[in-house]
Design a binder for this molecule. Structure first.
Ligand code: C5P
Length: 223
């Protein structure tokens, strides 16, 4: 079956307080985004890789590719104003029917096992997204008070989120809604049931400067 990954890296990363978006920052010898792309190449040498970038930084990405002699072949697309719009731009480059993973460019610590679990379940059941259990106790703020939340019923959602290409293309024809925080929420709007598989704890979304320190120390150990 034909396999694709759309790595979305079209965001400007305002929470990082850095001049360049977090996906381009160097960690362990190369850009965060290069580490992320390499995870998928390692999973499947034949996977077709589509990278969505901020339109204004596409030239900068070319410079980085040259600087680091980055060898992994991939197509690029210019992103849009939200993650939803960026994914949509990536989907336009998919021509064959198969499975597509959508993955945040700022999650370089995804394990090969997590990627494999998502593709395996999506191959049998049409879609799969990785989740982990929250390690902390949880509380819900209500009015001016708060109350404990039963964490056994709560999961934290990661990427890659893997779907049949026909299904996700159809779902992304919908108009954008602010509730679309990931790809699963877009498909759910079409009454599609989402399958959960186990993610990996280290698969953090690099968001703050502290996350970069965690990534730097873990990146060599992720199998
Ligand atoms: O902003 P957030 O942390 O949710 O971004 C998750 C991923 O989506 C990041 O990899 C970011 O680069 C990407 N993104 C995008 N286009 C946007 C906004 C975010 O590709 N307009």
């Amino acid at each position: 079956m034909k396999t694709y990954v759309i790595v979305v890296a079209g965001g400007s990363g305002e929470r990082m307080k850095s001049d360049i978006p977090k996906q381009f920052i160097e960690v362990a010898g190369k850009s965060v985004l290069m580490h992320t792309i390499e995870r998928f190449r390692l999973f499947d040498n034949n996977i077709e890789i589509i990278v969505v970038l901020p339109e204004s930084l596409m030239g900068y990405w070319d410079e980085l590719r040259e600087k680091y002699a980055f060898p992994v072949p991939h197509k690029t697309a210019a992103g849009g104003p939200t993650r939803f719009h960026s994914v949509k731009k990536g989907l336009e480059l998919i021509s064959e029917t198969g499975l597509v993973a959508v993955h945040d460019g700022v999650r370089p610590l995804v394990s090969i096992d997590t990627i494999a679990r998502c593709f395996k379940t999506a191959a049998g059941r049409g879609n799969a997204i990785p989740v982990v259990s929250p390690p902390d106790s949880l509380r819900m703020i209500s009015g001016d008070g708060n109350k404990p939340l039963d964490r056994t019923g709560i999961k934290l959602v990661q990427t890659p989120q893997v779907f049949c290409t026909d299904l996700i293309k159809k779902a992304f024809l919908q108009d954008y809604r602010p509730e679309f925080t990931d790809d699963a929420t877009v498909l759910e709007m079409m009454k599609i049931r989402i399958n959960l598989v186990e993610g990996n704890r280290e698969n953090i979304k690099i968001t703050t400067p502290e996350d970069l320190i965690i990534a730097e120390s873990l990146i060599k150990d992720i199998a």
